[in-house]
Design a protein around this ligand. Structure first.
Ligand code: RRO
Length: 310
């Protein structure tokens, strides 16, 4: 009998698939649609203290190889997601809550509010939003990220996770892993957020395809799969006490298998979910199970992290 369940922070997921934060998770309606889907878990849109409308539209565009976005953190404000977390049925699926405070003080205020509720929702602190004009990603300022992680861990006092931007240099993998390993309460890392500040250009119209920031935005989809797999595997190798959530370039069972082979315990889907909607989870689950069956694997631990090198 094939078992594709996985576990994080003592909570069981029947299926390792979930949405990537930002996709299909801004409103209760969308969150409830994820609850009724085949996804094993779900995460809310990154929250700020106040409700935000985000950047002007068009702010998302699909291309044959993926997507570009500069949403600008549109969300309902953390209290909305906190209310959702109170209503959520934890027996059915674990719930992740993504937080993206515009300052350390904002992040501390939000983690304290969640701590006070005593709810079993799992916090994923987003250090990698590429799209707020004038706000560089904390994930690329490793010293500031280290200070923030220690403060958040001290305030929250419970295990949590971090959503990281992609890194492109071995020295950066080493430095970031050392910082993460220095904060025991960081239980998991989600790799990767979109590759920030890319530019998609349309030849016919001779124009960029999204309005904010002169067309600059974060890319996802096929463009980012190898970068995502590298980041998953880099942190899987360097952070043996932590779990890795893989995100980036997943559109079928094939990429789910590759993420887990590189070390992911859970796999998130962004662009493909945006394009296809939550029915995607059933299709991708079937495709993934077919690959496991063909290879004679009965559980994720049979192949997690076992990518061969030459
Ligand atoms: O809202 C966004 O523009 C956004 C966020 Br917070 C993020 O973390 N990643 C992304 O691609 N877009």
């Amino acid at each position: 009998m094939m078992d594709i369940s996985t576990e994080l922070l003592g909570q069981n997921l029947d299926n390792p698939l979930m949405n990537a934060s930002g996709v299909h998770c801004r409103s209760y309606k969308e969150l409830e649609e994820l609850m009724s889907s085949a996804a094993g878990s779900l995460v809310t849109k990154s929250a700020t203290i106040e409700r935000r409308m985000g950047n002007p539209e068009p702010r998302y565009s699909a291309t044959p190889l993926g997507s570009i976005n500069s949403m600008g953190l549109p969300n309902e404000g953390y209290e909305y997601y906190l209310e959702y977390a109170k209503k959520h049925d934890y027996k059915k699926k674990p719930l992740f809550v993504s937080l993206a405070g515009l300052s350390l003080e904002d992040n501390l205020k939000m983690v304290l509010a969640f701590k006070e509720t005593g709810l079993p929702c799992i916090l994923e602190v987003n250090f990698s939003c590429p799209n707020v004009p004038g706000k560089p990603q904390l994930g690329y300022d490793i010293e500031a990220m280290e200070r923030a992680l220690h403060k958040i861990a001290e305030a929250y006092g419970k295990p949590f996770g971090v959503k990281l931007p992609p890194y492109f240099d071995i020295a950066h993998f080493d430095q970031v892993a050392e910082v993460l390993n220095g904060v025991e309460l960081v239980e998991f890392v989600t790799c990767i957020n979109s590759i920030g500040n890319a530019l998609v250009v349309d030849t016919e119209s001779e124009s960029v395809v999204i309005k904010p920031k002169n067309g600059f935005g974060g890319i996802g989809g096929d463009y980012v799969l190898p970068t995502a797999l590298a980041n998953v595997n880099a942190f899987y190798r360097r952070c043996p006490k932590k779990k890795v959530i893989g995100c980036g370039g997943v559109k079928s069972g094939n990429e789910v298998f590759q993420h887990i082979l590189c070390g992911a315990s859970i796999v998130q889907i962004g662009t493909a979910l945006y394009e296809e909607g939550p029915e995607l989870f059933e299709r991708v689950t079937k495709e993934f199970q077919e690959i496991m069956q063909r290879k004679g694997y009965n559980s994720l631990k049979d192949f997690r992290g076992k990518v061969k090198t030459m």
